[in-house]
Design a protein around this ligand. Structure first.
Ligand code: G
Ligand code: G
Ligand code: MN
Ligand code: NA
Length: 249
């Protein structure tokens, strides 16, 4: 409850910011995109992780206000980058909002941004409870030119059904599988399968949580096209992201 109160003031008080983690492409490790990640530095509680406060915002209508702030900030960054796209996380309630498509389209148009420079990241839980409606929403977003990524791929219910049923551009392999790659053969086999499946379907595949040179080498060998993780870059402050966007593109 207290957190909820603090959060409702956080936007107006300028306590929120976005950081941006590079997503790099296989060949030259150039930065093709940044994932926007929300940060909250509260005067009362210090730094609080979105893993903690997003679920609280989801229980109230705050998630919409927060989400709108995130989209607008992310769109503004695009003006300063040479050609990268931005990947924005949407929580299930945002995604299920009435007229979600119209809402996002309006903000993108107002910012004068091409929808293909915006990737919408959703998790499998967002589409789980009403598959028909989710399919329609994703189809319409894609018609408008947005990119769609399935985040934490492999951890959701019925992952294979999801890729058959929904209009997607990108699979983000959950970092627990990358972490497990060198440890047990199940994880390695799953990572390989997702990469092959993605390629066969013409989807971009991003490996998340690339933390070591060994991860990168194994993923390269497996034919993975895109990587994200601490080994390549941590989430960066906005000005640093803009600098590296120009250096490595
Ligand atoms: O950096 P990391 O601690 O940022 O993020 C923790 C969790 O919070 C992840 O599951 C991530 O997807 C989620 N998250 C980060 N930023 C946002 C955001 O802007 N919106 C939503 N809905 N989730 C976010
Ligand atoms: O759920 P989602 O994939 O959106 O969450 C992104 C989260 O992963 C953020 O908290 C981000 O800070 C974190 N993250 C990014 N790269 C790495 C990494 O290499 N290792 C670990 N452990 N976490 C990472
Ligand atoms: Mn994500
Ligand atoms: Na993820």
């Amino acid at each position: 409850r207290q957190i909820e109160g603090g959060l409702s003031k956080a936007i107006a008080n300028g306590e929120l910011r976005l950081v941006f983690q590079p997503i790099v492409a296989r060949e030259k490790l150039e930065i093709v995109a940044f994932e926007a990640l929300l940060r909250w530095k509260s005067p009362e509680y210090g730094n609080i992780s979105p893993a903690m406060f997003i679920p609280i915002a989801e229980e109230s209508n705050l998630i919409h206000e927060l989400g709108d702030w995130v989209i607008d900030e992310a769109l503004e960054m695009l003006q300063q980058w040479p050609g990268q796209y931005v990947s924005v996380n949407f929580s299930p309630r945002q995604f299920r909002r009435q007229n979600f498509v119209g809402h996002v389209v309006e903000r993108v148009q107002r910012a004068g941004i091409e929808p293909h420079r915006v990737q919408i990241e959703i998790t499998e839980t967002a589409i789980f409870d009403n598959a028909e409606r989710a399919a329609d929403t994703l189809y319409r977003l894609r018609q408008m030119g947005f990119r769609i990524a399935l985040d934490d791929f492999g951890t959701g219910y019925s992952s294979l059904y999801n890729i058959r049923k929904f209009a997607l551009d990108c699979l983000k392999i959950d970092r627990s599988f990358i972490d497990g790659m060198g440890k047990e053969r199940e994880s390695a086999a799953i990572v390989h399968s997702i990469i092959h499946l993605g390629r066969a379907l013409g989807l971009e595949v991003v490996a998340e949580g690339v933390e070591t040179e060994a991860h990168l080498q194994a993923l390269r060998l497996a034919g993975c096209s895109h990587y994200q993780g601490y080994y390549l870059a941590r989430p960066l402050e906005a000005d640093v992201a803009t600098e590296v966007a120009h250096e490595r593109y």
